[in-house]
Design a protein. Structure first.
Length: 142
């Protein structure tokens, strides 16, 4: 969660974080870290699996937490999600691969690394996100 909090401290309005990983890989926990870095109460963050989107205010910018797990790519209403993907806050999307299109983002793949540890594979899918691939955020993973 410390890595995600460090990332959250560097994010700005309009940024999109795409999260990919198996069930239980830590996607929602990662979003809690982003929330903490944005100044949002991380304890409020819950998986939006059944609501599709949870909005969190109270930080320096809003956090939009989207979960596409229950949707097939054809069922995703991309137009309805645009207000979040291109909005005035940070948009963290779990199961980003179900969006059915590429959007400029920082893509974070999470996997189990044993016990309570996770491995990250981070890819910048737009020039804006290259500047977020720093050792200050990712440590020796950068």
């Amino acid at each position: 969660m410390a890595t995600a909090a460090a990332l959250g401290g560097c994010l700005r309005a309009g940024d999109v974080i795409g999260l990919q990983g198996d069930l239980g890989a830590g996607k929602t926990t990662f979003v809690r870290g982003l929330a903490a870095g944005l100044g949002v109460d991380a304890e409020r963050v819950r998986s939006p699996t059944f609501t599709l989107v949870n909005e969190y205010g109270g930080g320096r910018i809003p956090l939009y937490h989207v979960d596409l797990y229950r949707l097939a790519p054809a069922a995703v209403d991309r137009l309805a999600l645009r207000e979040y993907l291109e909005g005035d806050g940070v948009c963290a999307v779990e199961w980003i691969e179900r969006l059915g299109e590429e959007v400029p983002r920082l893509h974070v793949g999470l996997s189990h690394a044993g016990d309570d540890r996770r491995d990250f594979v981070v890819t910048a899918l737009a020039p804006r996100y290259v500047e977020l691939l720093t050792p200050e955020i990712w440590g020796d993973r950068a």
